[in-house]
Design a protein around this ligand. Structure first.
Ligand code: ASP
Length: 443
């Protein structure tokens, strides 16, 4: 018998009707033995997430204000689930304890974590599974980072004692024994950590979309779904702005060799997106896997004749950036030119000082900073094997009348990154999508 860890997001557990769907999904496969719930999310676009209500309670308590009206909204959310499902849980007892602790000033992490905690208690009762509190098995170190080794050991041990378990997402325990949360959206991370500790065969991440799409649906109408993506490709796509999973949810499963399957709670028959390893048997229908990108980068262009003969030029250039606390994204470079792409925000208010310092350290012929650059990554594991990818891509951009200001192809041949004017961003994404994905067009 294998183990599948199933994490359900906030919209998948937003009310009693969603709880019913979750139960059906879990009971449809005996391998689904560990479930990681989020806090109840939005039931409609105007609704408020329970986590946000808890943060608000904490803010009010810290300001010495009355938390009761906000807390009543939280209590009503949990009551509507417990009552409709006729759960046998002393919900008022739990709510009372949580309210008192928030009022005593237990802090933002404690307050925010209670959405997952209470939802976990309700779900465990509804399923008849054991409740495992992550405060006893997920640990953070002094710096607030996950203590992987300790977590792996303790959580692994705990999970072995339960055949079927509910482990709330989003939080663990700090070095003083207090609740500590991950960053927002962190239940994804808990799911991955739990999958690793349980030595699961699969990490299922159930959400309200049927997986990843080949491009942003706000830019391309009805983009094709991605059926299979490797962890490396996903990293490239999410780095460039495609939001699928929390960034930190990839590492624990990736190093443990566990694939991830993104599924839709509202459409459980759809296969979703499978995230795995380089595999010849997962040929994509298209030459590329996906397109992602975002706006508002700046490019620093430094020119100096015979730069290649000068030892330490690159190091001194990066030193100037480091001194200003600016981290760089890419460094596409020519023979006598070195370019550094940074986020526009990170150079705001520092441009003059930076240019001055580059002059001091590197004595270049010229330094220019241009803002308003958008970067677009076209990602695909198939690129290594296919010919003519860049020709097709640049041809498409040329036909769309788009001027390419930066070109960068990673040495892994997993992506081609182009930089265009912010104003051309959407058109460029659409042109690339059409070039690679729309079948009826001839090239
Ligand atoms: N409930 C938390 C949040 O809203 C964590 C999560 O849902 O993943 O950020």
């Amino acid at each position: 018998m294998g183990i599948k860890v199933a994490k359900f997001g906030g919209s998948s557990l937003a009310d009693a009707a969603q709880f019913k769907k979750v139960k059906e999904i879990l009971f449809a496969d005996a391998d689904r033995r560990i479930v990681v719930p989020s806090a109840p999310g939005k039931r409609s676009s105007v609704d408020i997430k329970v986590t946000d209500l808890f943060y608000e309670c904490n803010r009010l308590a810290a300001a010495g204000m009355d938390i009761q009206p906000t807390f009543d909204q939280i209590a009503a959310r949990f009551h509507s689930i417990a009552d409709e499902l006729e759960l046998d849980v002393d919900l008022d007892g739990y709510l009372d304890e949580v309210r008192k602790n928030i009022q005593l000033g237990t802090g933002a992490d404690y307050a925010a974590s209670r959405g997952e905690y209470l939802n976990g208690i309700l779900l465990a009762d509804y399923l008849g599974w054991d409740f495992v509190d992550p405060q006893k098995g997920i640990f953070f170190d002094e710096e607030g980072h996950l203590d992987s080794a300790k977590t792996q050991e303790m959580l692994g041990k705990i999970l072995k004692e339960h055949k079927y378990a509910v482990v709330p997402g989003f939080y663990g325990c700090d070095t003083h024994g207090n609740v500590r949360t991950f960053s927002r959206g962190g239940s994804d991370i808990t799911g991955a950590i739990v999958a690793r500790a349980a030595e699961a065969d699969l990490y299922e991440n159930w959400t309200d979309v049927s997986g990843c799409l080949m491009a942003d649906p706000r830019i391309v109408r009805n983009p094709e779904p991605i059926r299979y993506v490797t962890y490396r490709e996903l990293r490239e796509l999410s780095y460039m702005g495609a939001s699928v999973l929390h960034e930190d949810a990839i590492f624990p499963v990736r190093i443990a060799g566990i694939p991830t399957n993104i599924r839709n709670t509202n459409r459980p028959d759809e296969p979703g997106t499978f995230i795995g390893y380089e595999a010849e048997d997962h040929e994509s229908e298209y030459m590329i896997t996906g397109i992602a990108g975002h706006k508002d980068f700046a490019i620093i262009t430094v020119e100096k004749a015979m730069m290649n003969a000068e030892l330490g030029f690159g190091r001194r250039l990066l030193q100037a950036l480091e001194e200003e606390g600016i981290s760089f994204e890419h460094m596409p470079s020519g023979i006598d030119t070195m370019c550094v792409v940074v986020s526009q925000e990170s150079v705001e208010g520092k441009k003059e000082r930076l240019v001055h310092r580059i002059h001091e350290l590197c004595s270049p012929d010229s330094v220019e900073i241009h803002s308003g650059l958008a970067l677009i990554a076209t990602v695909g594991r198939g690129m290594v094997r296919s010919k003519g990818i860049s020709a097709r891509l640049f041809n498409a951009l040329m036909k769309a009348g788009i001027n390419v200001r930066v070109i960068d192809q990673g040495s892994s041949e997993l992506n081609i990154i182009v930089g265009v004017d912010n104003l051309d961003f959407e058109n460029a994404v659409r042109a690339i999508y059409r070039a690679f994905v729309v079948k009826e067009e001839r090239w």
